[in-house]
Design a protein around this ligand. Sequence first.
Ligand code: NDP
Ligand code: 2IT
Length: 448
Amino acid sequence: MNEYVQRVIHNTSEKHKDQPEFLQSVTEVLKTIEPVVKAHPEYEKAALLERLVEPERQILFRVVWNDDKGEVHVNTGYRIQFNGVLGPYKGGLRFHPSVNLSVLKFLGFEQTFKNSLTTLAIGGGKGGSDFDPHGKSDAEIMRFCQAFMTELYRHIGPNTDVPAGDIGVGGREIGYLFGQYRRIRDSFDNGVLTGKGLTFGGSLIRPEATGFGVLYYIQRVFEHEGLVLKGKTIAVSGYGNVAWGVCKKATELGAKVVTISGHNGYVYDPEGIDTKEKINFLLEMRASQNANVKMYADKFGCAFMEGKKPWEVKVDICIPCATQNEVDLSVAEIMVQNGTQYYFEGANMPATNEAIAYLQGNGVLVGPAKAANAGGVAVSALEMSQNSERLSWSCEEVDQKLREIMYNIVDVSYQASERYGLKRDLVSGANIAGFEKVAEAMMAQGLI
Ligand code: NDP
Ligand code: 2IT
């Protein structure tokens, strides 16, 4: 391996021994961009990689809120402003008990390259809290969001940093966060958050965008490979925002999703999650106070496999849409044994580096998260454009732009992979294409 790349991976590993998710992401990205770094010796003099792996700013704060019984709770709030060379920091907020600095740093780092791939002017950021929304009432969620924004507001703005949703943060939470921001600032800067309701500056297709984008990505990959999507079976994990959009668009395109999952197991629906009633039920489940994927199995009379992951089901395509590292080597082995040939990531870093290497080594075509799930943030950036112009685009307009962006991501990934003699390696292709633009902008903007 190139000595400079090796040194930065080594030093980052030494410095952040306690941040395994962040190190996993840094290692994967730096290894795959090695040929670009080799071709640009000036990067080492400018300490480009050392700067790339150090967030521009990391904000940690206390969040204090009352539950419905009046008891006081304290959580940690975070915002990682990772890299702003391409535009205002942009990326979601995650509310989940597993949130910590390592998780948010990996998400912010990945987001930087993902946002670069969209071709839109957005930098990389991520934030959230270790708050657990499961089992909380609507009033508790509102009070938490208000407390969270009471600190966050001073760090964000339409040209500074524009948060959105992620795990545990959807339209309802964005509404409460925006309300508090507007109250404190006394200003209708609706470009400060994306994923808003349609009555106050939200974009059509934003809720669907990540899932739709995954399917547009697959469609284009299949065009490159001479394959047909119609009739293929799909296993999905998760039952949240991304999984919902995947089910909706897969059905429209004639493919069949047969699994969804949650933290406690998965549901197998061999008929397919393919009717309006079933797909809408995902939204209903997610919105309920005690959200649990088993509700789907009970309602539609299908099997609930408690404590298990959906990857044991034999399908053509696997699309993880839940959380990080749910696909490890043992899962990758099962996928290969089952004859799965295509693996596309809806979630961020759903697989370990070992699992990805195993899948690719066994001929599985891998579509990495930062490319395949870029549709959500892409439409977020389109929402920002609509907000700054004070107008709204039609469904067709947004959908068309989303499709073009996803097709372009596939095309540039293939091109970058071929340029460096890496045939059909869409993981390296996406990392290289995303990195090239960030690196050029960092060089142009000097030592900051
Ligand atoms: P949601 O909160 O809507 O849904 C999260 C889903 O993941 C739920 O089904 C949840 O099940 C499951 N889940 C969460 N944590 C775990 C866990 N530790 N173990 C097993 N299952 C878990 O989130 P999204 O759909 O928005 O996000 C899903 C993934 O997609 C994340 O990786 C996110 O970063 C990524 N993503 C999201 C985008 C967006 O625009 N929303 C854009 C691009 C990527 P349960 O409730 O049972 O825990
Ligand atoms: O991981 C992601 O790209 C998101 N959660 C969406 C971020 C955004 O700003 O829309």
